[in-house]
Design a protein around this ligand. Structure first.
Ligand SMILES: Cc1ncc(C[n+]2csc(CCOP(=O)(O)OP(=O)(O)O)c2C)c(N)n1
Length: 629
């Protein structure tokens, strides 16, 4: 704590109001040091947070938290906010089980105005706070801080559009570091580049002051966007910016690392009662040279050595993401119609190699999952074979597009849902536990889950050739289970695979739970309990006949999935059992109960929920305690 003389005293960010610019600079240095030192131990989002240090210090030196509210988009860049709101003593618990979250959560701290984890929500939420304030007749100031990638998402533009119409006080700060996780994409990105090169807007602080002189105090809430008309749209050299056309006062571009200028600007914007847009230019990874040089690699990192910048590599096991990436290239080699789509996640999804090898058949939509899904639908309707590669959690945003644009029209779009199941340290916003429930009740879609990385590859080839309608495959974060039998039956729609047979118990698992179920069966066998293990393979259509045939013999059935219990695989099997009037099968469902699962390692979370071989063994023993057949 002694090494953080300022930070260790800050509980209330309004303390910053009492400091000089030089002292604020010292605070910023402490924040940066604390982030590097801590993330090197805990892992986490490094480069985004190093880029927001000065911006946050300046914002909190000028705005008053509370009562003002700052809504951070996504929240992965808000470690400086955590440190400036008194969380230094617990910072070493960041992303650890029962420790601080890597994102913002109102139940973690009262100054976490709004929780997030998915990008593009800040401006909408902040505008909601502004409208609530106006109804209540109070005068706190509302700020949204968004990124140059998050602002490209559809929601951000829906919110900007609405904000321009409401005309009420709202400060939007664009933290423009020119990067998403990978380089940012899209026409808006090019527009920001043009804005950055505007020669005439150097004295932004002066412009902010002029605005206060002109508009300080209450202004009429008119659709300010109409003031300029739309003639200057997208012509920044001669005219107002698109943000001005939409009703914002635009201030920028400004060096987001210059505390003195930023404080001056924010002190002025705080006096304005209309929508204001501050365009701050920052550097991702600022102050830690390797992260500045390669912010992509240092976006989210495992623990590392802060002196040497070495990130220890783990044992060379094939992850699902790597297996997907290789299979994606193989599918494309085999079929020229195969194309791949990512929504701003080329590295995380494993598409980097595909992008290099097949640049003409690769699309990065930016953070635009809804568009990515309907774009894929159009590609399929146009005769191509789209593979739409989106993490399970982010596909939630494209739910209506999956249902309305893909499934009703029975279009053969292939959805590849990485990070299905419990993802670990990112926590509830990122766990991919709803996809089986979310997709199962949509007619026409086929839903698969592989037992290991080899099966993922086989499923992808099967999906590539399946043209009768949409398909989706879910697979977990991490590596597969290589202790499962190598002998395989080929993939056939709606057919499960029986991995071993036993007379006492039927273990029917899907996807990531097949490995633990098989291990449990091996260990139970040593105690004289013989279990059948079924690899369900399909969550839709489910191979009920295979499951019930075996369960009727054993009289004991456990259904296991790493997904939400409500509407999940197990419930569907039990529902069908009732429909068929099957009696005499003692059935248990092992799945994720009806609550949001917090963050922690995958192993801890699975253990706590009983979703590992120990949990399955315990459930098996308790089920058959009442008597073996
Ligand atoms: C809906 C959604 N899609 C994808 C992601 C994954 N993601 C997390 S941060 C990020 C990049 C954000 O870039 P930007 O908004 O520019 O912020 P920066 O990290 O550069 O500060 C992405 C794609 C997400 N969180 N939410």
């Amino acid at each position: 704590m002694d090494s953080y003389p300022y930070l260790s005293q800050i509980v209330d960010p309004r303390f910053l109001h009492t400091l000089s610019i030089k002292e604020l600079q010292e605070v910023a240095d402490e924040v940066r040091r604390a982030i590097i030192s801590n993330v090197s131990q805990t892992g986490g989002h490094l480069s985004s947070n190093l880029g927001t240090v000065e911006l946050t210090v300046a914002l909190y030196a000028a705005y008053s938290l509370p009562p003002d509210k700052v809504v951070w988009d996504t929240g992965h860049q808000a470690y400086p906010h955590k440190l400036l709101t008194g969380r230094l003593p617990r910072f070493d618990t960041l992303r650890k089980h029962k420790g601080l979250s890597g994102f913002l959560k109102p139940d973690e701290h009262e100054l976490d105005a709004f929780g997030a984890g998915h990008a593009g929500t800040a401006i909408s939420a902040a505008l909601g706070f502004a409208a609530a304030r106006d109804i209540a007749g109070t005068d706190e100031k509302i700020v949204a801080v968004t990124g140059d990638s998050a602002i490209c998402s559809g929601m951000s533009w829906e919110a900007l559009n609405h904000a321009g119409e409401l005309g009420t006080q709202l400060l939007v700060v664009l933290n423009d570091n020119r990067m998403s996780i990978a380089p940012n994409v899209g026409a808006l990105t090019q527009y920001f580049t043009r804005l950055r090169s505007r020669p005439d807007l150097q004295d932004i602080a002066g412009k902010a002051k002029n605005l206060v002189e002109r508009f300080g105090g209450p202004v009429e809430r008119v659709a300010a966007g109409l003031r300029h008309g739309l003639t200057h749209y997208f012509a920044p050299e001669q005219a107002g910016t698109i943000f001005e056309e939409m009703g914002f006062e635009y201030l920028g571009p400004v060096d987001g690392h210059n505390i003195e200028v930023m404080v001056e600007i924010f002190r002025n914007t705080r006096q304005l009662n209309q929508p204001v847009f501050v365009h701050a230019i920052t550097t991702k990874g600022k102050g830690y040279s390797v992260a500045e040089e390669d912010s992509r690699k240092w976006h989210g990192v495992a623990p590392f050595n802060p002196e040497t910048s070495e990130i220890p590599t783990s044992a060379p096991v094939v992850t699902y993401t790597q297996a997907f990436g290789d299979a994606m290239c193989a599918c494309a080699e085999a079929d020229p119609k195969v194309v791949a789509i990512t929504a701003a996640m080329p590295d995380g999804t494993g598409l980097t190699k595909f992008a290099k090898t097949f640049p003409d058949r690769y699309y990065d939509t930016g953070i635009a999952e809804q568009h990515a899904v309907t774009f894929a639908a159009g590609l399929a309707a146009g005769g191509q074979k789209p593979f739409c590669v989106i993490y399970s959690t982010f596909l939630q945003r494209g739910f209506d597009q999956v249902l309305h644009d893909v499934c009703i029209q029975k279009l053969p779009v292939r959805f590849l849902m990485d990070r299905a199941g419990l993802v670990g340290d990112d926590g509830p916003t990122h766990h991919g536990v709803f996809d089986i429930s979310m997709l199962s009740y949509i007619p026409n879609i086929v839903l698969l889950a592989p037992r290991d990385t080899t099966e993922l590859r086989e499923m992808m080839f099967w999906m590539s050739s399946y043209q009768s309608g949409p398909t989706a495959v879910r697979y977990p974060r991490g590596s597969g289970d290589d202790s499962l039998p190598e002998a395989r039956t080929s993939i056939a729609i709606g057919k499960a695979e029986v991995l071993r047979t036993g007379k006492h118990l039927t273990l029917c698992a899907i996807g990531s739970m097949v490995g633990p179920a098989h291990q449990a069966a091996r260990e139970l066998a040593a105690d004289g309990v013989e279990a059948t293990v079924i690899n369900a393979r399909f969550a839709k259509p489910i191979d009920f006949d295979t499951i019930f045939a075996d369960a009727q013999k054993t009289g004991n059935l456990i259904l296991i999935e790493e997904g939400s219990r409500i509407g999940g695989f197990g419930q569907q099997v039990r529902d069908e059992m009732v429909e068929r009037g099957l009696t005499g099968i003692r059935t248990q469902i092992m799945a994720i109960p009806d609550h949001f699962v917090e963050h922690g390692t995958q192993a801890i979370l699975r253990r706590d929920l009983g979703l590992d071989s120990e949990g399955i063994k315990a459930k098996a023993r308790s089920l058959i305690e009442t008597g073996l057949r």
